[in-house]
Write a new protein. Structure first.
Lengths: 645, 401
């Protein structure tokens, strides 16, 4: 036994080993055959259903802050239920089951069902359709439990745009909404087909909103950010089983935006209006920063973020107080007597009157075969320019307007910024109208009548201005005619070509205007004497009252004296205006206020302006904004984020 | 022709005498002529397949886009090593067999104390800038030591049962150390390829049968008392997926399940080069290393994968033939052991990817990305080719060195 032939044995064993290897190899190939040939259909199906999904991850929209860093637009996490059409077995059953678990209005159920069914057939069958959002905690928890049994039902937390200041900034910021077909057409204008397709896919995401109005719309690209992707591992039911982190793919959040407005001042101003409707604009005279921009009443932009019901929208539309109307920069009013400084400037520039020249006012001014009236019963008597501004003598201004002529007044108006639309980073800004010969001929097809110049001279007639323009005018006067660059965006996209209000104005004339405005609030015979003191123990304001006619005054009314008070319908009452700057001796703030149907500038608008200015000065609204440091820390074209997050 | 004694003239006798005195029967140029070019070309072809597969697996991921190039460079370097080893005379191999085995054992012990943890086990030894995996070298060293041992022991008067106990010790010492790392896959591969060598030397069949029965009997106690928790979990999920039970999709079976889906979705022809969606989208974990087969299977289907397996079979068969033709026990067993080592790499890897074996962490030779495994495989081929070139060498068969 010991002498076995090991050589022969080795040969035999070698053959056995080789044969065993062959059998093992055959086994491996058989297994391969089983997987790749016999069962390939099953695995192909699994492969299609079960892969890493690159899901579009929407960028976080940039936030908006006020000048002191108070959030005006940010985000709120809210639970959401979405359906993925391609993964749902039976859409009707699934939706019925969800409706059993949480409260969803019936019209919405029907709409979603229709959309799911429609999308199932199309190329967008993987795009989730939102069924319910803003879930309460209980609903969110309940849905989470049951969603596991319902394929194609996604329950997740989504970021929703939120406006913590509510109505205060409705007209400045506007609001965001799901992108409509119109929005998409507008946003993709000028894009290549591929870019446009990408944009459209992005906006299908339930978290995506686009600025529909106001600054949200103007600064859309600044705020939007760049979408990224989430790498999701899903199981056969389409349920995400793993979220793979991949920093290279994460979305870039939108850039934060800072406005020049002081949210506290804005709030105080809105409160001061109480139930009145109107507008106010406060400017920092030195920097041109808009510190408050009030239009009241307003709507709550939070209502629009998830889509406002058509019934609620109709309520807003039909409201007599027009809460959707952006009065401050989009409301066009005749400026009334607040325009008189412009007319006086035009007269002095053209040299048709000497400031000391007196005009006699007996309340009536005859021109052609018509008679114009001064507002003051019995007239002002003999007035020079200073007295005419102080007492707002209409007769004086009829006279100098007639002497100056429409063209010169229109020219000086434009130097003050009238007739021009100041977008400044919002939507809805209007330019109003500065009438002249050319306009009259172009629009009405007839020549300008000199009688119209008289109305122009007291800020009535065709002339249309916005409260923003009036504030700019006041700021230019208060700054002795120095250039002003108004702005509402502290850090954000460039606006309006950064245009300046810099047409030259004569220093001496401006000082004369300021003296007149000081007289209005602080001298005997001033129309707003009661509102001159800011109540801060010294500083006074200088201003000018105005009344914007809502309709023509009839002779019968003038005769009967019934023109004011409760005797006429509120809708028909005149608007009260007041423009002012403060402190009178060292102007820092300029303001314009309009109280709709407030009747008298001195009675209703001036106290509002005074109180807003007092608040601004007390709290020092124009102090250094927080974003100046941010601006220094980042390059001029770099995004302003990161550090502040 | 002759009985070796008669009909020789004096010249023939002198030639014989001269030849019998000269170990190097052929010169360097002669060796080059004798190189198994077919085998070498196949090896190169497999490495190129691996390069292409790495390119495909990583080309969507910028961070890994140059893996294929690294693989190619590594192969180039390892190829040089293989050729140098191939030209080493068998006597040199014989001489270094025991020292190499000893050094490997020492390194394995060092790993226990100074090793770098990788993938949950202490496997790496950091030597300067190079991270070494001693368990990989152990495969070659153990094979060499076994061959050396039998070269020393097998003679006309030996062959009894007792000499195999020494061989068993040679296998079990590194196996135990590797098992402690813990690296169950390498341990099994080491024991298996060592077992093949013992089998070839003619261990009694009844002992083999008893050994196999004993091995099966040991499975339950090993499972219960020896395996770590994560290893037990792997076995559990493996058994579960084998029997079609539902498994935790996020756990261990995830990898196997994804590998099966990628493989199965390949079908007859596959999806085409660079078209393997499943394996490219980071869907199959470890698809550059242990699961590279899924890329081949998904992109080239049953036909391509089978072709690859057959190419490996040809390489291994070549190794067996070389082993068969060698005149010395050392040459035979070294070539056979090296062939078995590579064979078990392949079987474990393919079996694991196809869901026939538990996940043991075993690369596919020449194709998977990974330096040490590549070096081991190429060293094995170097040894096999060396045996081929020196099949007629006479070897000293006594002494330790």
């Amino acid at each position: 036994m010991a002498m076995r032939d090991l050589e022969a044995l080795f040969s035999r064993r070698m053959i056995v080993a080789g044969a065993t290897g062959g059998v093992v190899w055959a086994g491996l190939i058989a297994r391969l055959f089983q997987l790749q040939v016999l069962e390939t259909e099953r695995y192909e199906t699994l492969a299609k259903e079960n892969h890493i999904k690159l899901e579009l991850a929407p960028p976080q929209r940039g936030r908006i802050f006020d000048r002191f860093g108070k959030p005006l637009a940010s985000h709120r996490q809210a639970g959401r239920v979405a359906l993925v059409p391609e993964q749902i077995d039976d859409a009707t059953k699934t939706i019925a089951r969800i409706a059993n678990l949480i409260e969803i209005p019936e019209p919405r159920l029907e709409r979603v069902l229709a959309e799911v069914k429609r999308n199932r057939r199309g190329a967008s069958s993987f795009v989730p359709v939102t069924l319910a959002q803003e879930l309460s905690y209980e609903d969110y928890a309940r849905m989470n439990v049951f969603a596991a049994e319902m394929p194609g039902v996604d329950v997740e937390m989504g970021a929703t745009r939120s406006y913590p200041q509510g109505r205060d900034f409705a007209h400045v910021l506007g609001y965001v909404a799901r992108a409509s077909a119109d929005d998409l057409d507008r946003l993709s204008d000028g894009m290549t087909g591929e870019e446009s397709g990408r944009l459209r896919r992005l906006f299908k995401h339930p978290d995506m909103r686009t600025g529909r109005q106001g600054m949200e719309r103007f600064a859309e690209e600044w705020l939007r950010g760049t979408p990224g992707f989430r790498k999701l591992v899903t199981n056969a039911a389409g349920r995400v089983i793993e979220d793979l982190q991949d920093d290279r793919l994460s979305p870039q959040p939108g850039k934060d935006l800072y406005v020049t407005i002081d949210a506290d001042l804005q709030r105080a101003a809105i409160e001061r209006f109480q139930s009145e409707s109107g507008a106010a604009v406060v400017l920092d005279i030195e920097s041109g920063d808009i510190l408050a921009m009030v239009s009241t009443p307003a709507f709550d932009p939070n209502d629009f973020v998830n889509g406002i019901s058509s019934a609620n929208y109709k309520l807003l539309q039909d409201n007599v107080d027009a809460p959707l109307y952006p009065r401050a920069h989009g409301g066009v009013y005749p400026p009334g007597s607040t325009f008189k400084m412009v007319v006086a400037t035009a007269a002095l520039e053209s040299g048709v009157i000497d400031p000391s020249e007196r005009v006699y006012c007996n309340r009536y001014y005859h021109f052609g075969n018509r008679t114009w009236h001064c507002w003051k019963k019995g007239g002002h008597g003999s007035v020079n320019m200073h007295q005419a501004i102080k007492g707002s003598c209409d007769v004086y201004f009829y006279e100098i307007a007639r002497r100056t002529g429409v063209e010169k007044i229109a020219e000086v108006s434009r130097k003050f910024g009238f007739g021009e639309s100041w977008t400044l980073g919002m939507t809805g800004a209007r330019g109003g109208l500065v009438p002249d010969n050319e306009w009259k001929m172009r629009v009405h097809g007839e020549k300008w009548y000199e009688g119209e110049t008289l109305n122009f001279g007291i800020g009535q007639g065709q002339l249309g201005t916005t409260p923003l323009q009036l504030a700019l005018m006041t700021a230019r006067i208060a700054a002795d005619g120095a250039p002003i660059r108004p702005k509402i965006i502290g850090i954000g996209p460039a606006t309006d070509g950064e245009k300046n209000l810099q047409a030259p104005l004569n220093l001496e004339i401006m000082q004369r205007m300021k003296a007149g405005m000081f007289g209005v609030t602080s001298e005997a015979g001033g129309t707003a004497g009661r509102s001159g003191d800011l109540g801060l123990g010294g500083p006074r304001l200088a201003g000018k009252t105005g009344t914007a006619q809502v309709r023509r005054i009839t002779q019968a009314e003038r005769n009967s004296g019934i023109r004011k008070g409760e005797d006429i319908d509120r809708k028909l009452r005149d608007h009260a205006l007041f423009v002012a700057y403060a402190p009178a001796d060292d102007p820092k703030y300029a303001i314009s206020v309009i109280v709709e149907h407030g009747e008298g500038g001195s009675r209703t608008a001036a106290p509002v302006a005074r109180d807003i200015l007092a608040y601004a000065m007390k709290t020092d609204s124009r102090r250094r904004p927080v974003y100046t440091e941010l601006a220094q820390n980042t390059s001029t074209d770099g995004p302003v984020d990161g550090g502040s997050r | 022709m002759s009985d070796g004694f008669s009909n020789y003239n004096s010249g023939d006798r002198r030639m014989q005498a001269a030849q019998s005195l000269n170990f190097e029967t052929i010169g360097f140029l002669g060796k080059i002529g004798r190189l198994p070019f077919g085998l070498i070309l196949l090896i190169i072809a497999m490495a190129l397949v691996g390069t292409a597969m790495l390119f495909s697996a990583a080309h969507t991921n910028p961070a890994e886009a140059n893996l294929w190039l690294l693989h190619l460079i590594r192969f180039g370097l390892c190829f040089l090593v293989m050729m140098v080893l191939a030209f080493c005379p068998l006597n040199l191999w014989l001489r270094i067999a025991f020292p190499a085995y000893l050094v490997t054992l020492i390194m394995l012990v060092l790993v226990e104390f100074f090793g770098v943890t990788g993938g949950g086990a202490q496997r790496w030894l950091q030597v300067g800038p190079v991270a070494l995996q001693p368990s990989e070298f152990a495969k070659l060293a153990t094979t060499l030591a076994l061959a050396r041992y039998y070269q020393m022991m097998i003679g006309p008067t030996t062959g009894g049962f007792v000499i195999h106990l020494g061989a068993l010790a040679i296998i079990l010492a590194p196996a135990a150390l590797i098992f402690m790392q813990p690296d169950f896959g390498t341990t099994l591969a080491l024991i298996a390829s060592g077992g093949v060598v013992i089998f070839l030397t003619g261990l009694y069949f009844r002992v083999i049968v008893m050994g196999v029965i004993g091995g099966f009997a040991a499975i339950v106690p090993i499972y219960n008392f020896v395996l770590a928790d994560y290893q037990r979990e792997r076995v559990d999920t493996f058994l579960a997926q084998l029997t079609g039970e539902s498994t935790n999709a996020l756990g261990e079976s995830y990898q196997i399940e994804q590998a099966k889906i990628a493989t199965g979705s390949g079908g007859w022809n596959g999806k085409g080069f660079l078209q393997g969606i499943q394996s490219q989208q980071d869907f199959v974990p470890e698809q550059h290393t242990d699961f590279i087969l899924t890329v081949i299977a998904e992109e080239f289907g049953f036909i391509g994968t089978t072709a690859m397996l057959l190419a490996f079979a040809v390489i291994l068969g070549w190794g067996l033939v070389i082993s068969f033709q060698s005149k010395s026990w050392f040459g035979r067993l070294a070539a056979a052991g090296a062939t078995a080592t590579i064979a078990f790499y392949i079987v474990f890897n393919v079996g694991m990817v196809l869901g026939l074996l538990p996940v043991v962490g075993m690369p596919l030779p020449l194709i998977s990305y990974g330096g040490t495994a590549m070096l081991t495989a190429m060293a094995c081929f170097g040894l096999i080719i060396s045996v081929h070139l020196h099949k007629d060498d006479r070897l000293r068969d006594q002494g330790w060195f």
